[in-house]
Write a protein that binds this ligand. Structure first.
Ligand SMILES: [Zn+2]
Length: 229
């Protein structure tokens, strides 16, 4: 009895703590809003062309470097369950894609398919859904009916966590690990494919994804990532 009363009391304390915890920005932890104007402006910078160590054979564009609000927001979403950040991040990717289209860097196709970079199914499930797919979905919503999400890729369970591996080991670790999703439907004729990912490290994931899609006749035009490490 005493135990359950103590549990109830601690539950009340926790609920109280939730009420008084300030709302903080997912990009800079400043209190007052969940996503502040300053971070919003930082993610609206023009996209930059990346030069990954493992060249994927397609242009890879990043919204910025993996630091500051770019890094903070990705970590808050992936590690701390800030699912609300899917909206500003997806909108920022959409904005970057509009800029790239204006620059003539994206194909002027009647239909555009966003393919989320593969996530290990288990880790995606543990974190409450694949954040990259959620971001791509938000991006497609912001860009209109011409753009849709095509979840064509998965990572096989054999892939080890790539943290701490160098570029060559990462590429070796991924070889054969990116696979076509069994239910994947190929984009129809006249459509273009853009790969979307959160963080570009060595480029190995992008390169392997391009390779796997090419093996079934799907040509990737470009990749857009939120941050380049
Ligand atoms: Zn902020």
């Amino acid at each position: 009895m005493a135990g359950s009363a103590a549990q109830r009391a601690s539950g009340v304390l926790r609920a109280g703590a939730d009420l008084v915890l300030p709302v903080t920005c997912g990009g800079c932890t400043r209190p007052g809003s969940r996503w502040c104007a300053r971070c919003s402006a930082r993610l609206a910078d023009d996209p930059v062309l990346c030069r990954p160590r493992v060249p994927p054979g397609i242009p890879v564009w990043a919204l910025g470097r993996y630091r500051g609000p770019h890094r903070q927001a990705i970590l808050a979403l992936k590690e701390h369950g800030r699912r609300d950040l899917v909206i500003p991040l997806g909108s920022s990717v959409a904005r970057a894609m509009r800029t790239l289209a204006r620059w003539g860097e994206l194909p002027d196709a009647p239909r555009l398919h966003l393919v989320p970079a593969p996530t290990r199914t288990l880790s995606a499930r543990r974190r409450g859904g694949d954040p990259v797919s959620a971001i791509a979905t938000r991006t497609a919503q912001a860009l209109g009916s011409r753009v849709s999400v095509a979840p064509m890729l998965v990572t096989a369970g054999a892939a080890r966590d790539s943290a701490g591996l160098d570029a060559r080991d990462r590429a070796r670790n991924l070889r054969g690990a990116v696979q076509l999703r069994a239910s994947a439907r190929r984009p129809g004729p006249g459509s273009s494919v853009i790969l979307v990912d959160d963080v570009l490290t060595t480029g190995a994931t992008v390169a392997e994804s391009v390779h796997v899609l090419a093996s079934v006749g799907v040509e990737v035009a470009a990749a857009v990532v939120i941050a380049a490490a």
